[in-house]
Design a protein around this ligand. Structure first.
Ligand code: DX5
Ligand code: ZN
Length: 221
């Protein structure tokens, strides 16, 4: 028996014109729903904001894992919480991490810290005792469908080691290029929550695809 692995389908790869039914199709196999918020500044792409999160919340009870790829997430945390976000992850690269963590705690939302591929583990290490979720990017943020970066695996291992040594329950989540061929390596490195966009919504049956990734992740047939 391997570790328990959970899957967070990323709606970035869903058909936005049919978001409700896309969510319904994946819901039976989704532990969380990953919501990619891009501001056209921190990353060179624009996606969705609080009104869409509110619409999803009216449609679904799923845990909404909001990944804020934004330069000024602090200006929008309250709006995402009001919209029904379950957790928000802010990037360590934008700075002001202590204030952002405090603001998320005060709002009562799950506290996530995200880290880009080129940013070392040492940048997030001071905060691991203060967050619920560490989101390790395994592609450069901004777009779905990119190639998985295996060079990030040592950072996942470092995170797992630090969290276990401190006896913490922080969720280690990986995001980018996760599919049936890469899932086992991230779980072996210590990830327990796998975001998958194109590998799930690009499949004929998204729920079945999420199930295949979960099984591949733990080496089950
Ligand atoms: C990339 C996003 C990811 C993206 C993953 O910036 O943060 O969540 O949706 O998509 P795939 O699984 O296609 O790499
Ligand atoms: Zn994401």
């Amino acid at each position: 028996m391997g570790p328990e692995v959970r899957i967070a389908p990323s709606i970035l790869a869903a058909d936005f014109a049919a978001l409700g039914s896309e969510i319904d199709r994946v819901a039976p196999a989704a532990d969380w729903l990953h919501v990619d918020v891009m501001d056209g500044h921190f990353v060179p792409n624009l996606t969705i904001g609080p009104p869409v999160v509110a619409a999803i919340r009216r449609h679904s009870d799923l845990y909404l894992d909001c990944h804020l790829m934004m330069s000024n997430p602090g200006d929008y945390l309250e709006a995402f919480c009001d919209a029904g976000a379950s957790s928000c992850s802010v990037h360590v690269e934008v700075g002001g991490t202590a204030e952002l963590i405090r603001a998320m705690r005060d709002l009562g939302v799950g506290v996530g810290l995200a880290v880009n591929p080129e940013t070392p583990f040492e940048a997030v290490e001071p905060w691991i005792g203060a967050v619920d979720l560490l989101l390790v990017m395994t592609v450069h943020p901004g777009f779905g469908g990119q190639r998985f970066m295996a060079e990030v695996l040592p950072k996942v291992e470092a995170a797992r080691r630090a969290i276990d040594e401190a006896g913490l329950e922080v969720v280690v989540e990986v995001d980018g290029g996760i599919d049936t061929t890469t899932a086992a390596s991230v779980v072996a490195a210590g990830a327990r929550m796998l975001v998958a966009g194109s590998a799930v919504f690009g499949a004929e049956d998204p729920a079945a695809a999420a199930g295949r990734i979960r099984r591949a992740a733990v080496g089950a047939p």
